[in-house]
Design a protein around this ligand. Structure first.
Ligand code: FES
Length: 123
């Protein structure tokens, strides 16, 4: 039997603004470790959610620091080895995982509230 993911409420859309990341719990991965999503507004004004997991090594991009942006606030930044990821498509433009991209999480908006749909366990 396949498992259907429940959507997770993030916040009212109006609470999101450039330079802010809302961290949302996405349940556990197949190893039983907690998964997180990073919900933000990209440079085009669209809401995005990226899994907080670097594509270089399987560790959160913030390493627990809760610092997610580069010095200009224009890209997500992995504090471990300096990878930079575009906000709108998660693509790595600089660093050891250049050319790869953060895993996307589906975003929904309903009645002015933002939700995300956790990816199936194992993805
Ligand atoms: S772990 Fe993220 S760039 Fe190395």
């Amino acid at each position: 039997m396949s498992e259907v993911s429940e959507r997770v409420r993030v916040c009212p859309r109006e609470e999101l603004r450039p330079g802010l990341v809302k961290v949302v719990a996405l349940g556990k991965d197949r190893h039983g470790l907690p998964r997180e999503g990073l919900v933000l507004i990209d440079g085009r004004g669209d809401v995005r959610c990226w899994v907080n997991l670097c594509k270089h090594l399987p560790i959160p991009i913030d390493g627990g620091s809760r610092e997610f942006f580069d010095e200009h606030g224009a890209h997500l930044f992995c504090g471990t080895h300096g990878a930079k990821f575009r906000l709108h498509d998660g693509y790595c433009i600089e660093g050891p995982c250049s050319g790869d991209a953060l895993d996307a999480v589906e975003v929904l908006e309903e009645d002015g509230v933002v939700y995300v749909v956790p990816p199936p366990v194992g993805d």
